[in-house]
Structure formats: C-alpha cells, structure tokens
Design a binder for this molecule. Structure first.
Ligand code: CIR
Length: 260
C-alpha cells in the first residue's frame, strides 16, 4: 500500500535556454530541449503516479537552469524557506518560486535566506525532523547558520555535512526513509551517516545516487542497473526515468521538484 507522506509537488518546465545552463560535464553535449520536455513529461507522470498533485510553473527563458526548482526553496512540514541560490546566474529564479510558494503557505510560514548568506536546496536532505546540509561551493557558512536558525525556530534540527567533491549534498546521497540511504563517492564513508543503513552506489553509477523516494516508491534514473537492483532488493517499488538531458547540466531527479 502506498504511504502518503507528500501530497504536492511544484515543478518548472525546462526552457529553450537550458542549452546555456551551468555544467561541469560539457563533454556530454548540450541538452536537447524537445527531448528534455519529453523526459520532464514522464517525470510529471511519475509524480502523479506516486499520488502527488503537481503544480507546473511555465518555463522562464531568463534562467537556463530554472527547471531545477529544488535549489531556490526548501519545504518542511513546518513551513517553506526561500533560499538564496549560490550561483549568480540562478539567483533570480527565486522570485517566481516565492510566488508559487505563496499559493500554499501563508506569509508567516515562509522564511528567507538573505545575502550574503547563500544556500541551494539541493544541499539539504530531510530525514524526518533532521536536516543534513552540505557545505558545498553553493551553500556558504552564513547560509548554513541561517538555515539552522530557521529550522531551530520550528523545532527542527540541522546538521552540517563537510564535502569537497560533489556539486550538492544530494548529488551523492538520497534518503530512502526507514533508516536507509543511497550513498556514492565521498559520502560512502561520511561518519555522520554511519547510523543509517547505507546502500553504496558503484562509482560508474554515481549519478544514480540522486534517486527520489516518494510515498514508498523510488524514482531511479534509467540506465543504472546495479542501483535499480539494489533499490528493488531493499523492497521498494521502482520507477525508472530517462534523465539524459538533465544529467548534461548536472541535474538529477530530486532537482526537478519541490515536494511537500
Ligand atoms: C546548476 O549547476 O546549478 C545546475 N546546472 C544543476 C542543478 C542541480 N540541482 C540539484 O542538484 N539540486
């Protein structure tokens, strides 16, 4: 039976300008917008299959990376946080995301991270009332401090995770609930995660460490068979999704939605 933890998601359609998005892997080529839209359609359908009512924001050609809507915000059971994204070309994405959050949260339940503090939602992993935040190049010490204060005000806890190699915390670790997580690279041996049952993702499948638990089902990128087998063996229902065009911009499954 499906668990019902999340009931909504907000996504943002990929824009044509996505070909100009930030990437650490130019060798993968430029994303194909039409194919990205088809992959996004399948992603939306998967969210709906997991029981979510999905709000779809229109594309914004001003912001090539704006389909990665996880980064300008963080939604908790106590309220939403508008982050202050650490990449200059992405910072303005937050205006439209704030407007979308205002449809679901009263003003007093929306906190903000303000400059010079920076934080990307992709650096924050929710584990019940504990939030692990990666000290990445995008989330600075002031951002992590402010996040910690906001969460503490809501009775939630924050744990800073040192990191050196990956773009975001959730590039390399996904919480699958029930005390289990998928881990890759530098997070395999991270002592802060020692208390969890860690499912290691082999180096050649590191991209699949960004998988996404939604209401008992795990979304896994297609083409990573060892990870799919490990997730299935742990007892989850699986939906495999083509993500090639988002991967070209370092984006994974969690990056494409806000869930709450
Ligand atoms: C960026 O570099 O910001 C985008 N190209 C990818 C963002 C991926 N988002 C995420 O990991 N939460």
């Amino acid at each position: 039976m499906q668990e019902k933890r999340f009931s909504r998601a907000i996504v943002r359609r990929p824009c044509r300008a996505m070909t100009q998005g930030i990437t650490s892997a130019p060798e993968l080529g430029k994303p194909d917008h039409a194919l990205a839209c088809r992959q996004h359609d399948a992603y939306l359908a998967a969210l709906e299959r997991c029981g979510l009512e999905v709000t779809v924001l229109p594309p914004d050609e001003q912001y090539p990376d704006s389909c990665f809507i996880e980064d300008p915000a963080l939604v908790t059971r106590c309220g939403a946080i508008l982050t202050n994204p650490g990449a200059a070309s992405r910072n303005g994405e937050k205006a439209a995301v704030l407007a979308a959050l205002q449809r679901f949260f009263p003003a007093e339940s929306i906190a903000k991270i303000e400059p010079p503090a920076t934080l990307d939602g992709g650096d924050v992993m929710m584990v019940g009332d504990d939030f692990y935040v990666g000290c990445s190049a995008r989330s600075n010490a002031a951002g992590i401090q402010r996040l910690s204060e906001i969460l503490a005000g809501w009775g939630l806890r924050c744990h800073a995770v040192p990191m050196a190699e990956m773009l975001h915390l959730k590039t390399g670790v996904s919480y699958l609930e029930a005390g289990r997580m998928l881990v890759a690279g530098e997070f395999v041996t991270q002592p802060l995660f020692a208390q969890f049952q860690r499912i290691p993702v082999p180096a050649e499948e590191a991209y699949a460490a960004n998988s996404l638990w939604i209401n008992g089902t795990v979304l896994v990128p297609a083409g990573y068979p060892a990870t799919a087998r490990a997730v299935a063996a742990a007892g989850y229902d699986l939906i495999q999704l083509e993500m090639s065009e988002f991967r070209k911009l370092d984006g994974g499954l969690s990056c494409l939605s806000l869930r709450f």
